[in-house]
Design a protein around this ligand. Structure first.
Ligand code: DC
Length: 451
């Protein structure tokens, strides 16, 4: 028996996109069970029957042969030897699939096929009842959700790209109707298995969700099947050669001039676009070699922090960001981003961070390591404390607050707190106790600035 990952959730939560990415990365087979129900609906409709009419649907089942095949890793669905993979992706078939899936005989008909595939392969299977009915013993169960509006927005965009004329309102109504059907049917209704981990993707980017879920799978499935080759143990962090940062180094004055010119232009534009306020500006040092530690909500955050800094900032960004679009990568590098491998004690990135401080730049860190979906401030990683303790640089806590919905003139308040100095806290060595104290002090200060 291979590793079985069950991924359930409502329509449009992004299950298939995410499952495909994870399957490609982990070399699992991706099984889209929705496609099976869609194929049945397609057949039923092509025969002129109503997908919700049990009396008409059940007699058609013996005529149906559904199978899955994989071409270059992509799932293709065959209905009586016809490849229907594309034909089943219309709003009419979506609604039809929701209707046929409420018929117990249809579920029974597809049950064996789904179990067979799962028994033979390492799979990630998406659907509505995978964790509850099809694979109740799955190694990992994820329940992926997002608000109905967000799901409708994503689906609407997809349909528009395909040239489908449906309006957003129609797509939202469809989603609501399918949610209702899928959760209220008598047999195998959509619900979270008791042992499933819920992931709400409403405010998460695609890559963020993939990383998060892949992390959960790696952790859980890794226990079942430990990696074949033992990974080399990372050496313990060694900062013996690193001296506290010498402050007062001057950056090139032309660079500072152009940086500030650009900063004022961006500030001006942002003031027009947003209802933008800064509090605690007096806490922002005029010179460089400071660390700004902030909560993280949106991609915009590094720019917002920078708008009050008179010398350019560098900022640590997750390494995945450097694997995307080349222009985007060039741009973020120009603005001082450098990659960090999250959760891996990336000493290279820590050294680089200290080098940047040494050069007289400021350093922006988001200690939570990821964007917060709901605005709460998490525990934070120790990296920020480690850099501050080793470099002996002050940390300026920052709270970025977005109020209301993202729209023109959205209210944004950026609060800068009083600098926290490792020296004043008598933190002179990066020992575990010292780092914990420093991290907690920093995170508590950030929390105070977020309200
Ligand atoms: O995931 P999808 O949108 O392609 O699914 C189409 C329909 O099939 C959906 O409305 C509910 C149904 N379905 C189900 O009942 N059980 C599954 N395991 C997968 C899909």
């Amino acid at each position: 028996m291979g590793i079985n990952v069950a991924l359930d959730g409502p329509s449009g939560a992004g299950k298939s996109t995410i499952a495909k990415k994870i399957a490609a990365r982990m070399k699992y087979v991706y099984v889209d069970t929705g496609a099976l129900y869609r194929s049945i609906a397609y057949y039923v409709i092509s025969k002129g029957a109503q997908p919700g009419d049990k009396e008409a649907v059940v007699p058609l089942l013996p005529e149906i042969n559904v199978s899955l095949a994989y071409v270059d890793g992509a799932q293709h669905v065959f209905l009586n030897d016809e490849d229907v993979s594309d034909k089943i992706r219309t709003p009419e078939i979506s609604m039809g699939a929701s209707a046929v899936s409420a018929i117990p005989e249809v579920r029974e008909f597809l049950f064996g096929l789904q179990r067979d595939i799962a028994a033979k392969n390492d799979i990630i299977m998406d659907g509505r009842d995978i964790g509850t009915v099809v694979l109740p013993d799955a190694d990992v169960k994820i329940f992926l959700t997002a608000s109905a509006e967000e799901r409708a927005r994503r689906r609407f965009k997809e349909l528009q790209e395909k040239g489908d004329p449906s309006t957003y309102e129609e797509v939202l109504a469809d989603i609501n109707q399918r949610d209702y059907n899928d959760t209220h049917r008598e047999i195998a209704p959509l619900r979270k298995a008791d042992d499933a981990i819920e992931v709400d993707s409403t405010e998460m980017g695609l890559d963020e969700v993939v990383e998060h879920i892949a992390g959960i799978i790696e952790e859980k499935a890794g226990k079942k099947r430990p990696p074949r080759e033992k990974k080399e143990r990372k050496p313990l962090l060694d900062f013996s050669g690193i001296e506290p940062v010498k402050r007062g180094k001057k950056l090139n004055p032309f660079r500072i001039f152009f940086y500030n010119l650009l900063r004022y232009i961006v500030l001006f534009c942002f003031k027009i676009k947003f209802n933008l306020k800064f509090e605690g500006k007096e806490n922002v040092p005029k010179d460089g070699s400071n660390i700004f530690a902030s909560n993280h909500r949106r991609m915009l955050d590094p720019v917002l922090i920078e708008l009050q800094c008179r010398v350019p900032n560098s900022f640590m960004a997750k390494e995945e960001l450097f694997q995307g679009n080349k222009i985007f990568v060039w741009l973020i590098k120009k603005f001082g981003a450098f990659p960090v491998q999250r959760g891996k004690g990336d000493t290279g990135a820590l050294n680089l961070a200290i080098e940047k401080l040494e050069m007289g730049r400021n350093l922006v860190i988001f200690p939570e390591g990821t964007r917060s979906k709901d605005g709460t401030v998490g525990k934070g990683k120790t990296g920020v404390a480690l850099i501050a303790a080793v470099a002996q640089c002050p940390v300026i806590p920052v709270g970025i607050n977005y109020y209301g919905k993202a729209k023109i003139r959205q209210k944004i308040v950026v609060r800068y707190g009083k600098p926290i100095s490792p020296e004043q806290l008598r933190i002179t060595t990066p020992g575990p106790k010292e780092l914990k104290l420093l991290r907690t002090t920093i995170m508590d200060s950030i929390k105070e600035l977020v309200h």
